[in-house]
Design a protein around this ligand. Structure first.
Ligand code: NI
Length: 187
């Protein structure tokens, strides 16, 4: 087992556009993904993108636990998923704010607007097409992870820097989202 070092905000590897993976079945890709999964699990993350472990390739891993689902149709728990060369498209115009954290921005949480519904496709490690529609938290996780492949971290998606919090302050002083965001709750 190999735990990989996680790059933090400020490291140039997190700002660059990752390159497409030519052959998803290549042994090095399988090894990288296996190490990414172990690193994500060890760090207690929900998802991890390859650039976060200094490997600038278009590959992400994530899972969606049943605990944070929005109740929207399409927002269902997902087993550990590997996406190679993912492509994400919004479905409809609706966006919503929700909490995000990132292993590359430790100790912080932000209120980030994301498309409420998306569809995405990618290849898996066997070269098979993965195609899904997603909503709510599932859609949020995929958008967050795929942003990493274009060199974007969630703080760059904030619409107001007051939406960025230290996690331990947030635990001490919980935020009532409806009150805090007011009219900006859903765009
Ligand atoms: Ni992240």
């Amino acid at each position: 087992m190999s735990l990989l070092k996680i790059a933090r905000m400020g490291n140039p590897v997190l700002r660059q556009k990752a390159a497409a993976v030519d052959d998803p079945q290549a042994p090095w890709v399988r090894r990288l993904v296996k190490d990414m999964v172990e690193t994500m699990e060890d760090a207690g993350g929900t998802g991890l993108a390859a650039p976060q472990v200094h490997a600038p390739w278009r590959s992400v891993v994530f899972f969606v636990s049943g605990e944070r689902l929005s109740g929207l149709p399409g927002d269902v728990a997902q087993q550990l998923t590997v996406l190679i060369n993912p492509v994400v498209e919004p479905v409809g115009e609706e966006r919503a704010f929700g909490w995000e954290g990132c292993l590359s921005v430790p100790g912080m949480r932000g209120l980030v607007p994301r498309h409420l519904r998306i569809r995405y496709h990618a290849l898996d490690l066997d070269g098979n097409l993965v195609e899904r529609e997603a909503a709510g938290f599932h859609a949020r996780v995929v958008q967050h992870e795929c942003d990493h492949l274009d060199g974007i971290l969630y703080p760059q998606r904030l619409v107001d820097l007051r939406h960025l919090f230290f996690m331990d302050e947030l635990e001490r002083h919980p935020v009532d989202l409806a009150e805090f965001l007011g009219e900006t709750l859903v765009e």
